[in-house]
Design a protein around this ligand. Structure first.
Ligand code: SAM
Length: 275
């Protein structure tokens, strides 16, 4: 659908993570400024989103929008689930994730695929993890109904996304989506309320919601400080992405953008449509 512009958008991120030995593409989580490395902040965001979601040795976990596989790898190493499948739209990211795990026999499996049409059987998954990816999906409702389809009854969806209460402002920025440039993010932002309503409507219950915009801004600030410390020359290949992320940090701190974490369960009861 929009795979080509996604590949272009994530090229600078790929260069940045390679140059700086990072494993994730997300904003991270830091309670205060300067309390750890950016790599640690990215891991902390994963634990914050998972909360006390039960993952055991028999669990099947899917990481939708897995990027280069950092969060998938951290979840896999900590919980040793029976299967962990990472799915991403960008071929370059999936190749990178596979290359990073090539030397391991027991490992997550990474596939190219689209969140709107997940290549998994009905009621086959215990936990879906989806971090900072749904902002790009043109049809988030379709993605959430796919989540409902593949989750077992009682299965958990952990979804962290960048949202906004200022949809008109960001809709105007959406003009950039028409350009095959590195700023064509295809983002179509929802508010946290849109997510809550859609979870209810599509048969999810026990919704937990936490807003962590300031902690995400703190973490980005630390990451950008790490880059700035090494100087302009070292940032070759991702300088424009540096300024883009500075802008995102400011928007999160002022809460023009919000960073929202949700966990919700596929209800045990069938929806009207399924009866
Ligand atoms: C900000 S990155 C986050 C990656 C990863 N979750 C992490 O935390 O490191 C967003 C990811 O979503 C992926 N993505 C965008 N649209 C997608 C779609 N329709 N289906 C699957 N993945 C998609 C992008 O390719 C990108 O790797």
């Amino acid at each position: 659908m929009y795979q080509h512009s996604m590949e272009i958008f994530y090229e600078p991120n790929l260069r940045l993570t390679r140059a700086r030995g990072l494993r994730g593409y997300n904003a991270g989580f830091a309670e205060t400024l300067g309390c750890g490395t950016f790599d640690q902040h990215q891991k902390d965001l994963v634990w914050r989103l998972l909360g006390d979601t039960p993952i055991g040795r028999h669990s099947v976990v899917v990481d939708v929008g897995c990027g280069i596989g950092g969060p998938s790898g951290w979840i896999f190493e900590r919980f040793q689930p029976a299967r962990l499948i990472g799915i991403d739209y960008c071929t370059a990211s999936v190749q990178e994730a596979n290359a990073r795990w090539a030397h391991r026999t027991r490992r997550p499996c990474f596939l190219q695929g689209d969140a709107h049409s997940l290549p998994l059987a009905d009621a086959s998954v215990d936990v879906i993890f989806n971090l900072e990816s749904a902002l790009h999906y043109p049809d988030k409702r379709q993605f959430i109904s796919e989540c409902r389809r593949i989750l077992k009854p009682g299965g958990v969806l952990c979804l962290g996304d960048i949202c906004t209460h200022r949809k008109k402002f960001f809709a105007a920025l959406g003009m950039l989506n028409n350009l095959a440039s590195q700023f064509s993010t295809h983002e179509r932002l929802w508010s946290a309320g849109d997510y809550r309503e859609t979870f209810h409507a599509l048969g999810f219950d026990r919704i937990r919601h936490e807003e962590v915009s300031v902690q995400a801004a703190n973490s980005l600030h630390d990451g950008l400080t790490e880059i700035a410390r090494d100087g302009w020359k070292a940032a070759r290949g991702y300088r424009r992405r540096f300024f883009y992320l500075c802008f995102v940090e400011k928007l999160l701190r002022r809460r023009w953008l919000t960073y929202d974490l949700f966990t919700t369960c596929r209800s045990q009861v069938s929806t009207e449509l399924e009866k």
